[in-house]
Design a protein around this ligand. Structure first.
Ligand SMILES: Nc1ncnc2c1ncn2[C@@H]1O[C@H](COP(=O)(O)OP(=O)(O)OP(=O)(O)O)[C@@H](O)[C@H]1O
Ligand SMILES: CC(C)(CO)[C@@H](O)C(=O)[O-]
Ligand code: BAL
Length: 292
C-alpha cells in the first residue's frame, strides 16, 4: 500500500507591470478573454472573491488582471490618502496564490503624467447623493480612473464588489451611457463570520470600534427581515437596531433605494444602504431587500 501522496501545487508569480508599456507587453501574450479586478491594494478575502469570479469568467486559458492603485483623484482633503494601507508584497502574494496573470501597479505620475486631468467623467446626479454627498468629487475621481484602467487593460469583463454598491451602480451607468465595450460583473459582499463586511479600512479599527461596527450589519439584516411590511417597516427596523446603541457609531445615512438607487422604492428589488463612522474610520455597507 502506498501512503498518501502530497500534491505539489505550482504557484506562478504574476507579471508585475509598473508602466503602461509593460502592461501592453504583458497583455500582448494572452490571446483569450481577459478580466480585470481594480483595487487600491491592502487585499483581503473580498478581493480574493473578485479574483476567483474573474477566473470563472475567463477560464484557465484567459487572462486575469489585478490593478493596484491608490487613486488620489477620489480622495478629498482631510481623507486618508496618505495613510491608506500600502501592502504590495502581501498583495502580490495573494495574486500569485489565486493564479492572477498580471498585476498592474503604476505610480501616480504614470497614470496622471500631466498632473490632475483636465477632462474627467461626470457621474451625474447620483454621484452627488449618498456617498457623494459626504465625499464631494469622489465619484468623478472613481469613474475617471475606472475609465482609464478599462481602456488600458481592455478586458472582456471588469469585476466590482457589491460592498461599494453605489460605485458598482455608477460604473454600470458610465459603461452604458458612454457605450464602453466592457461587461461589468457585480460580486456579492464577503463578510466576517460575525457579519462585518470586509474592507481594507477595517484594519484601522480598535477592538472596541470593531465590535461597535457590527451594529451596521445587524441593522441591515433587521431591515431586510422586515421587508414584508414595506419600505417604512424596513427603515424602522434598521433604525431601531442603530438606536439600540446610540453611541456605537455616528451614522452618516441610512437609506432605502431601488436596486438602481432611484429614491423612494415601493415594490420589488431594493437596496438598504448605510454609512457610519466608528471612531475616525468611515465604513459603508448595504443589503438587498425584496419589497412585496
Ligand atoms: N467585502 C467585500 N466583498 C466583496 N467585494 C469587496 C469587498 N470589499 C471590497 N470589495 C471590492 O473590491 C474592489 C476594490 O475595493 P478596495 O480596494 O477599495 O477595497 P475596500 O476593502 O473596499 O477598501 P476600502 O476600505 O478603501 O473601502 C471594489 O470593487 C470593492 O467593491
Ligand atoms: C474602483 C477603484 C479601484 C478605483 O480607484 C476603487 O474605488 C475601489 O477600490 O473600489
Ligand atoms: N472602496 C471605495 C474606494 C474609496 O473608499 O475611496
Amino acid at each position: 500500500m502506498h501512503g498518501p501522496t502530497r500534491q505539489s501545487v505550482t504557484v506562478t508569480d504574476p507579471i508585475v507591470a509598473r508602466t503602461r508599456d509593460e502592461l501592453a507587453e504583458a497583455l500582448s501574450r494572452g490571446e483569450n478573454e481577459s478580466a480585470v479586478v481594480m483595487t487600491m491594494g491592502a487585499l483581503h478575502e473580498g478581493h480574493r472573491a473578485l479574483m476567483r469570479a474573474a477566473r470563472d469568467e475567463v477560464g484557465t486559458g484567459g487572462t486575469v488582471i489585478v490593478t493596484v492603485f491608490v487613486n488620489p483623484l477620489q480622495f478629498g482633503p482631510g481623507e486618508d490618502f496618505d495613510r491608506y494601507p500600502r501592502t504590495f508584497d502581501a498583495d502580490r502574494a495573494m495574486c500569485a496564490d489565486e493564479g492572477v496573470d498580471v498585476v498592474f501597479a503604476p505610480a501616480t505620475d504614470e497614470l496622471y503624467p500631466h498632473g490632475e486631468p483636465q477632462v474627467t467623467v461626470a457621474p451625474g446626479p447620483l454621484g452627488a447623493e449618498l456617498e457623494g454627498a459626504v465625499r464631494p468629487g469622489h465619484f468623478s475621481g472613481v469613474l475617471t480612473v475606472v475609465a482609464k484602467l478599462l481602456n488600458l487593460t481592455v478586458p472582456s469583463y471588469a469585476l466590482f464588489g457589491e460592498k461599494d454598491y453605489q460605485q458598482l451602480t455608477l460604473v454600470r451607468r458610465m459603461v452604458a451611457d458612454l457605450e464602453l465595450p466592457y461587461e461589468i460583473v457585480g460580486v456579492p459582499t464577503v463578510r466576517e463570520a460575525d457579519g462585518l463586511a470586509l474592507s481594507s479600512r477595517n484594519r484601522y479599527l480598535s477592538a472596541g470600534e470593531r465590535t461597535a461596527a457590527l451594529v451596521l450589519s445587524r441593522a441591515l439584516l433587521a431591515g431586510a427581515d422586515a421587508a414584508a411590511g414595506g419600505p417604512d417597516a424596513v427603515l424602522a427596523a434598521a433604525r431601531a437596531e442603530l438606536d439600540r446603541e446610540p453611541d456605537a457609531v455616528a451614522v452618516d445615512y441610512l437609506e432605502l433605494r431601488a436596486a438602481d438607487l432611484a429614491p423612494d422604492p415601493r415594490h420589488g428589488p431594493a437596496r438598504l444602504l448605510v454609512a457610519a463612522r466608528a471612531g475616525a474610520t468611515r465604513l459603508i455597507d448595504n443589503i438587498a431587500v425584496d419589497l412585496p
